[in-house]
Design a protein around this ligand. Structure first.
Ligand code: IPE
Ligand code: IPE
Ligand code: MG
Length: 255
């Protein structure tokens, strides 16, 4: 109905940002980082930061859906995060269950399709059950896809895809000549989804930490010092605004 929405930036009434509804990123991926430091700054246990970070998910998901984003992929637990202290790993696994229990119905009501990427078979059985139930509940929803990256690693994903393709070659289902970029994409956890247009990393780190290595080939990156529990709808809109003001050339020369 209207092309632009206007938002004030940084609570400063004089500064207005305009978002173009016709050029919204289809797929936004976020590295939800900084929970531990957020808690430490407040003299709280790291777990409190993770808990607070869970609240941010809801806010950012709602706003993304409202803006017309089709896929929101959130990095929640990497293949390397198993190397954290056992207590923290356990607490994170329990938080997944809590998220599914607290938010599940709400996600369903809002037409959100819940999905995961990563090797969830390695998760504890009760976390796995909560995930499977929520996927089942929301499987026919047609609104925004909420992709949670759990026990996800980009390298692990590429190895997993390679094995699947090798199996097909060994069985004679495909020939080596059939292996191409499209076939690789179709064997990743993100099968059938567009590559992320925009990857956001809060908390000040400027690295991928094994996130979406294949899919990020032409993604725009946006970093900020804000820690994930403090990340707001306004920050999301600022990231989209910056994204819309960049020139994505995909290797071509501008006309
Ligand atoms: C991100 O926050 C959440 C997970 C990796 C599970 P961190 O726990 O990495 O927070 P920092 O980076 O230590 O502040
Ligand atoms: C990446 O953050 C993983 C998630 C946010 C789930 P990390 O905090 O684990 O990454 P590094 O250790 O700073 O690279
Ligand atoms: Mg971190």
């Amino acid at each position: 109905m209207f092309k632009f929405i206007k938002r004030n930036r940084n609570n400063d009434d004089k500064e207005i940002i305009e978002l173009d509804y016709d050029r919204m990123p289809k797929h936004i991926a976020i590295i939800m980082d900084g929970n531990g430091r957020w808690a430490k700054e407040r003299g709280l246990p790291r777990m409190m930061g993770h808990r607070e970070g869970m609240k941010t998910i809801k806010k950012i998901l709602d706003r993304s859906a409202h803006l017309g984003v089709k896929y929101l992929t959130l990095y929640a637990f990497s293949t390397e995060n198993w190397n954290r202290p056992k207590d923290e790993v356990n607490a994170l696994m329990n938080l997944i269950i809590e998220f599914a229990q607290k938010e599940g119905e709400n996600l369903h009501k809002n037409n959100v399709k819940f999905n995961t990427i990563g090797d969830i078979s390695k998760l504890p059985s009760n976390s796995l059950k909560a995930i499977k139930d929520l996927k089942e509940l929301t499987k026919n929803n047609e609104g925004i896809v909420l992709n949670i990256a759990l026990n996800y690693g980009g390298r692990n994903e590429i190895v997993y895809a390679t094995k699947k393709i090798c199996e097909k070659v060994c069985k004679g289902d495909i020939n080596i000549e059939d292996i191409n970029e499209n076939l690789m994409s179709m064997n990743l956890y993100t099968k059938g989804m567009p590559d992320p247009d925009l990857i956001i990393r809060p908390s000040g780190e400027q690295r991928l930490s094994n996130y979406l290595l294949w899919q990020s080939a032409y993604s725009e990156f946006w970093y900020s010092n804000i820690k994930w529990p403090d990340f707001s709808e306004r920050n999301l809109e600022k990231a989209i605004y910056d994204y819309q003001n960049r020139d994505r050339r995909f290797g071509k020369v501008k006309q």
